[in-house]
Write a protein that binds this ligand. Structure first.
Ligand SMILES: *[C@@H]1O[C@H](CO)[C@@H](O)[C@H](O)[C@H]1NC(C)=O
Ligand SMILES: *[C@@H]1O[C@H](CO)[C@@H](O)[C@H](O)[C@H]1NC(C)=O
Ligand SMILES: *[C@@H]1O[C@H](CO)[C@@H](O)[C@H](O)[C@H]1NC(C)=O
Ligand SMILES: *[C@@H]1O[C@H](CO)[C@@H](O)[C@H](O)[C@H]1NC(C)=O
Length: 495
């Protein structure tokens, strides 16, 4: 029943709102709340240009953006955009920043001061990303707090300490409640002292606590999790905590943190929700309907401006995520590449009213350029028993993206031929429609007929921004592909 500490409140739907009241809410939202933010991750093989992404952020009324590093292209595009920026320090940099004051000073000087001078509105530095996740086996327990201290020291030395605040985006598993009631919330026992030291440091520097809250993950990891409790329309068996009744996981989880802070003497520490969202593919509970229901429910919940039972008032939050990232690790699950409210090429996935645009809908990315209307598919003449198929599909999936294949996903209803074609096409598109990437020991062929069916989109990649550097190794040259194709033939041609 651990999830019971991860709950939320009945707000009903917004149907009864009068237009006038909506307007007041909207004004209050923009003025008092400071607006909604978005996470902008860049682990994609074919990124939209940074300028296009900044246009999307502006056109959709986002006022804040959170980055996972200090990517030069992203930060340059954010110059004079007016958007508030949280820059990030990846976990793999924590060790050096923890041990070297000089490294922290260099980081701040290059990645904060330099951009502020150029008109980037940097307001936060996120030191690490969920460094205390239990799956990291404690790898960052020693380095995160010293890195935080050194970065703060460097900001102070640069004269930026009142303008730029440090924080650590933490996973919600840094706190827990033994009874499941928010009022029994406290920091995880194995890191209790460390958390207190961090919280005191944040408080001393007027910096916020940042937490990522994911009802989807609770549903994903616990088949008995009550589905309605993940959303915002009420729940028949709420968590009763004294006089408070929690009917949604967001409120209950958030308030478990507020109780943990309060219990340790920091009940007024500002809290930022660094990531919140719902994926659309790669799992039976990851689909556009659920994502729409969750994200719209969350937006309506915070647009009303009354916060959670323990923290009335505006909620400062960043949606996760703006766009899909096809090169994220799928170690957490196949859904990991599908968190975007937009597809990788900047199309809205579903109707979502952020309360910011005139139409009340999402605005697609402008001027996106696609590769040719060509797809790679399995040759119709190939026998499905051909022993070269399996290794070819494995190779394609390992190097491209097959996370939309599988039980109850967007391409879950393809037949065997469709499955194979999907994998081949993914690899072909990822390699910019290179003819050599549509060979697979002569099993594959290029077609101009779109194989897309129903919910299953056979993607065409976009023309990658020429100013962008590839951040992961890719099979780009013919030489490598030819070697591969010969290799597959040698190894898997039936004897
Ligand atoms: C600035 O940030 C970038 C991107 O995260 C990183 O690669 C670089 O090492 C940082 N610069 C310094 C001086 O630490
Ligand atoms: C954590 O430990 C487990 C089991 O020992 C191991 O499988 C896993 O790779 C480790 N993860 C990291 C990030 O070190
Ligand atoms: C897929 O999931 C939806 C709801 O999550 C369910 O209604 C539907 O029956 C599932 N489809 C299959 C083929 O299992
Ligand atoms: C298609 O691929 C998925 C995932 O690899 C698999 O679960 C499914 O059984 C395949 N379907 C067919 C018809 O081969």
């Amino acid at each position: 029943m651990w999830y019971r500490n991860l709950g939320a409140g009945f707000m009903g739907n917004m149907g009864w709102f009068s237009a006038g009241f909506r307007m007041i809410c909207w004004l209050c939202f923009v003025v008092c709340v400071g607006g909604i933010g978005a996470n902008w991750g860049t682990q994609t093989s074919h990124p939209l240009s940074p300028n296009t992404v900044v246009r999307m952020l502006k056109n959709n009324g986002f006022q804040k953006v959170k980055l996972f590093d200090a990517d030069e292209g992203s930060l340059n595009a954010l110059k004079k955009s007016g958007l508030e920026v949280m820059v990030g320090i990846p976990n793999d940099m924590l060790a050096v920043l923890a041990t070297s004051v000089k490294a922290a000073q260099n980081w701040v000087s290059t990645n904060v001061s330099g951009y502020i001078d150029d008109g980037v509105n940097i307001r936060y530095v996120a030191v690490g990303n969920e460094p205390f996740l239990q799956t990291y086996n404690g790898s960052f327990l020693q380095t995160t707090f010293p890195a935080l201290q050194n970065v703060q020291g460097a900001l102070t030395r640069a004269g930026l300490s009142s303008q730029v605040k440090v924080t650590i985006p933490l996973n919600a598993d840094v706190y827990e409640s033994s009874s499941g009631r928010p009022s029994d919330g406290d920091f995880r026992s194995d890191i209790h002292d460390l958390m207190l030291a961090i919280v005191k440091f944040l408080s001393d520097n007027a910096a916020p606590f940042t937490v990522n809250i994911y009802p989807f993950i609770s549903l994903y990891s616990d088949p008995n999790f009550p589905v309605d409790y993940a959303f915002f329309e009420g729940n028949s068996s709420p968590v009763i905590d004294g006089t408070t009744s929690y009917t949604n996981m967001f409120d209950a989880n958030h308030d478990t943190l507020i109780w943990a802070l309060k219990k340790n003497g920091y009940g007024n520490l500002p809290v930022i929700v660094g990531e919140i969202g719902w994926p659309t593919d790669g799992d039976m509970n990851a689909n556009p309907q659920y994502a729409q229901r969750f994200n719209q429910g969350f937006m309506n919940h915070i647009l009303m401006g009354q916060g959670t039972p323990m923290r009335p008032g505006p909620v400062d939050a960043y949606l996760f995520s703006l766009i899909d990232e096809d090169e994220k690790s799928i170690q957490p699950g196949n859904f990991e590449r599908h968190w975007g409210i937009f597809t990788y090429d900047g199309l809205p996935k579903y109707q979502l009213n952020l309360g910011m645009t005139k139409t009340g809908g999402l605005v697609r990315a402008p001027n996106v350029q696609y590769l040719d209307k060509k797809w790679c598919v399995l040759k119709p003449s190939v026998n499905l028993d051909d022993s070269r198929i399996a290794p070819s599909v494995s190779y394609a999936c390992a190097n491209a993206d097959c996370t939309s294949l599988g039980y109850n996903t967007s391409c879950g209803n393809l037949d065997a031929q469709g499955n194979i074609s999907y994998a081949f096409n993914s690899f072909y598109q990822k390699n910019d429609q290179d003819v050599v990437a549509c060979d697979f020991s002569n099993l594959a062929t290029i077609t101009e007929k779109d194989p897309t069916t129903g919910t299953c989109r056979f993607e065409i990649m976009i023309v990658a921004d020429s100013g962008m550097s590839w951040n992961l190794p890719r099979v780009r040259d013919h030489g490598a592909l030819l070697v591969l194709s010969v290799f597959l033939q040698v190894i898997w041609t039936p004897l």
